[in-house]
Structures are given as structure tokens and as C-alpha cells.
Design a protein around this ligand. Structure first.
Ligand SMILES: NC(=O)c1ccc[n+]([C@@H]2O[C@H](COP(=O)([O-])OP(=O)(O)OC[C@H]3O[C@@H](n4cnc5c(N)ncnc54)[C@H](O)[C@@H]3O)[C@@H](O)[C@H]2O)c1
Length: 433
């Protein structure tokens, strides 16, 4: 099939590339000139493991192309995935301007019938609103499908190709048949395509993300309680998670969730509910707990050194909101760094992949280290914010020798407290003694 994907970010680029790899002819469209220029020159503008080789192969074999020209792409294809960003507006609602801009352009320029597949995470009612826009402008028949994406950055290709489920909100048999054909190669293992109405499909995505965020805020709050009552959150999470109704996956305390999805989707869900005349008390609390949790690591540093950090050098390991991505959107590291800088600290940072992205917001307010051990040189404290694999087994004795003061703050509980302390460190982590 000939497919157009609008929006070549973390979702659109993975979707377009994987669809090309399944044999379709895909044109990826973006209005960001720099992105398209980079892609045309063979550079991948984001870090996602395995994506560069997959893009290279599909471009070489002529199945994957990039352009800024949506109208030109539409001339080739009648199946249009929309994967543009839907960031938070100041009031917490989702900014749908990109979605409607694409819908209007498709409506006014398509030369035949079109199926618009909404891949972006969009609030309940968006498909209906898009239908309204198309009805007013389009000269040809159209279909609007809600097809939210559930991939995780860092494992995006595998998640896309081996999904737990595919959710499709449709309002016609034709749309259902098309989605079955598009996704047939991905469901041979028996994982379902769940067909439903558009509104339910839209809400599925928010319910899933809000629930995952709830697990994180819940275990973070339990971790805080553990510290106050002398319990070990690691034992508690294993003991509680052993119940098969709860499970141990995605149930780890840390420095708070970030990224391009959970924070904005939690806020947008609260906004959707408010517009429908109700307050989502659980979901609101999830966000409030997370905001507090993002400050915990900085609080630990202040507890150890006092509120004035002038003359102190603090090393940060890990900037991205999670490992295996360069995505810095709403990363907890930014909150930690802001507070340390405001208290007068010199902050030295290292991340394996996100330094380029992080430079946009941190600029020259921090010092950039080329290796983890360089960041630790003469530092008074080392704060681990993102648990990249390369941080998991440091040589604690060598690390101690590089630092001026032996203070370790482990924001992801990846280190063994006894081992760190045996090397002479004052070691603090989240909810464990
Ligand atoms: N990142 C994830 O892990 C993830 C997972 C599931 C769902 N989602 C959802 O998918 C959507 C996209 O997320 P993302 O992380 O890929 O975003 P992103 O910001 O990485 O990419 C969005 C792209 O859309 C482009 N764009 C915006 N408006 C456009 C327009 N009018 N015409 C053409 N291009 C336009 C931008 O230039 C950008 O390259 C969001 O709704 C997000 O919530 C994201």
C-alpha cells in the first residue's frame, strides 16, 4: 500500500519506517525543515536504538521517502497517518493545532477519498471534531480512524512490531477492513486488534498512560513512607508486586516520571474530565505526587550540604527522562539541575545520548563532561538521575578517588548500598535504608 505519515518524530518516524519495512511505500512528511533536511542527508534526528539501520535499508530499497510537501505526498497515497505532536497548553489541555492543520490541508488538497488515521494521542472527541472539519471542506469521501500508539521510546521498534494490542476506533466496515489489512503482519502471534468506537479508542490511550503513571506515583509515595517508618521499598515493592493482580513490572520508585507522554497525557485527561463536569481526583494526585518526587534528589543534596551550595561541585549522571532515548521533554534531571544551580552549585553533567538535546535548555549553565568519570572529577556529590546501563556497575573505589567529597545520591536505586558504603561513600537512595 502507499502510505503517508505526517509528523516524523519518535512515533511517526518509527511507524513510517516499520511500515516501509513491511513492504509498503511510505512517504514521511514533516513541516520542520531541519528534520527533513537531516533525513534526506541520511542523518536520523532522534536517538532510537536500531532506527538508523532500518531507515537506511528502507530508503536504499526505495520504500521510504521524506518530504516537507504534504500535498505532493497526498497525490501518491490515500492512507494518511497523523503523528504530529499534541503538547500541553498552559491550561493542561492538549494542543490540537497540528492535528487540525493537517486535517484542513488534507481536506482541501486531496484528489480522491482519504482515510485519516489519528496516531497522535488526542482527547476524546477529536476524531469527531476532525470529521467536522473534513465535512466542511473535503470534496471527496473520507474516513477518520483513531489508532493510538502505545510504543515506548528506547524500545520503539520492537514495541511497534510486537504490540500487546492494536486499538482501532472506527465507524465503518471499510475502515475496519483497511486497518485489518495494514496490521495483519503484526498480529500473527495472536495479539488482538481491538475494534471499538472512536471515543473509546481515544480514551484507551489516556487510561493506559494515566494508569502507568499512577503505578509510578504510587510506589514513589510508598518509598517516601518507607523512609519515614524505616522500611525498605525494594522489599515492599517485591512483596506487594508478587500478587499477580499487581505485578512487579513498571513498579519501581525513582526521581519521578517525565517524557513527552505521561505528564502531558495525565494533565490532558484531567482537563477532559473537567470539561465533562468531573474532577479526576486520583489522576490529579498522581501528578501532584510526581511534581513533588522530582524534587526529592535535590532535597537529599540540601539535607547533606545545607541550602547554600556555593563552591560545591555536583556531578549528574543521566539527563534523558529515561534510558535509551535522547528525549529531554519534562525530564526530572532538569528540575534537579535548576535547584542545584539556584543554590550556587557548579553542575557537571554527562549523558550517553541526550547531551545534544539537553544543551538546548541547559546551554552554558552547566559544564559538559565527555565521560562519566570526568563528570565526577573533584565533585562533592554525584547524583544519578537516569539509569543508563553504563552507570550500573561503576568502580566505586576509583570513583571515590576522583571525587572531592564522597556523597552518592542514587535516584533509581541501581547501586548496592553496602558496596557503595564499603568504598567510603555516604550513600542515599529512594526509600531504601
Ligand atoms: N514519544 C512517544 O513515546 C509516544 C508514544 C505514544 C504516543 N505518542 C504520541 O504521538 C504523538 C507524536 O509524539 P512524538 O513523541 O513523536 O512527537 P515529536 O514532537 O517527536 O514529533 C512530532 C512531529 O510532528 C511535526 N509536526 C507538528 N505539526 C506538524 C504539521 N502541521 N505538519 C507536519 N508536521 C508537523 C513536528 O515537526 C515533529 O517532528 C503525540 O501525540 C504523542 O503523545 C508519543
Amino acid at each position: 500500500m502507499k502510505i503517508t505519515v505526517v509528523g516524523t518524530g519518535y512515533v511517526g518516524l518509527v511507524l513510517g519506517t516499520c511500515m516501509a519495512d513491511m513492504g509498503h511505500e511510505v512517504t514521511c512528511v514533516d513541516n520542520d525543515e531541519d528534520k527533513i533536511t537531516a533525513l534526506l542527508a541520511g542523518r536520523v534526528p532522534i536517538y532510537e536504538p536500531g532506527l538508523d539501520q532500518l531507515i537506511e535499508r528502507n530508503v536504499r530499497e526505495g520504500r521510504l521517502a521524506f518530504t516537507r510537501n504534504l500535498v505532493g505526498a497526498l497525490g501518491l497515497s490515500r492512507i494518511v497517518f497523523v503523528a504530529v505532536g499534541t503538547p500541553s497548553l498552559p491550561d493542561g489541555s492538549a494542543d490540537l493545532s497540528g492535528i487540525f492543520a493537517v486535517a484542513r490541508e488534507v481536506a482541501t488538497t486531496a484528489e480522491g477519498d482519504v482515510t485519516l488515521i489519528l496516531k497522535s494521542t488526542v482527547p476524546v472527541g477529536t476524531a469527531d471534531a476532525v470529521r467536522g472539519v473534513l465535512a466542511g471542506l473535503a470534496r471527496h469521501p473520507f474516513r477518520v480512524v483513531s489508532n493510538p500508539e502505545f510504543l515506548k521510546e528506547g524500545a520503539a521498534i520492537d514495541d511497534f512490531l510486537r504490540p500487546d494490542r492494536i486499538v482501532c476506533g472506527v465507524d465503518s466496515e471499510e475502515a475496519r477492513t483497511l486497518m485489518e489489512a495494514l496490521y495483519a503482519p503484526l498480529v500473527r502471534t495472536g495479539k488482538p486488534i481491538l475494534f471499538m468506537d472512536n471515543r473509546s479508542a481515544e480514551l484507551c490511550k489516556y487510561a493506559a498512560n494515566a494508569f502507568l503513571a499512577t503505578r509510578i506515583s504510587f510506589i514513589n509515595e510508598i518509598a517516601q513512607l518507607c523512609e519515614r517508618v524505616g522500611a525498605d521499598v525494594d522489599a515492599v515493592r517485591r512483596g506487594a508486586g508478587a500478587d499477580s493482580r499487581i505485578g512487579t513490572r513498571f513498579f519501581f520508585p525513582g526521581a519521578g516520571y517525565g517524557g513527552s507522554c505521561f505528564p502531558k497525557d495525565v494533565r490532558a485527561l484531567v482537563d477532559t474530565a473537567r470539561q465533562a463536569g468531573m474532577e479526576m481526583e486520583v489522576v490529579k494526585a498522581v501528578e501532584a505526587v510526581n511534581e513533588r518526587q522530582k524534587h526529592v534528589l535535590a532535597d537529599y543534596v540540601f539535607a547533606a550540604f545545607g541550602p547554600d551550595l556555593s563552591g560545591k561541585r555536583v556531578a549528574i549522571w543521566g539527563l534523558a527522562f529515561k534510558p535509551e532515548t535522547d528525549d529531554m521533554r519534562e525530564a526530572p534531571s532538569l528540575v534537579v539541575i535548576d535547584r542545584l544551580l539556584a543554590a550556587g552549585a557548579e553542575v557537571v553533567v554527562y549523558d550517553p545520548e541526550a547531551m545534544h538535546e539537553a544543551r538546548r535548555s541547559l546551554g552554558d549553565r552547566v559544564t559538559w563532561a565527555r565521560r562519566p568519570m570526568d563528570a565526577a572529577d573533584s565533585a562533592d556529590a554525584l547524583v544519578l538521575v537516569t539509569e543508563w546501563n553504563e552507570f550500573r556497575s561503576p568502580d566505586f573505589v576509583a570513583l571515590r578517588a576522583r571525587m572531592r567529597t564522597a556523597a552518592l545520591f542514587d535516584g533509581r536505586n541501581i547501586w548496592n548500598p553496602a558496596e557503595a558504603r564499603a568504598a567510603g561513600f555516604a550513600y542515599r537512595c529512594i526509600g531504601r535504608p
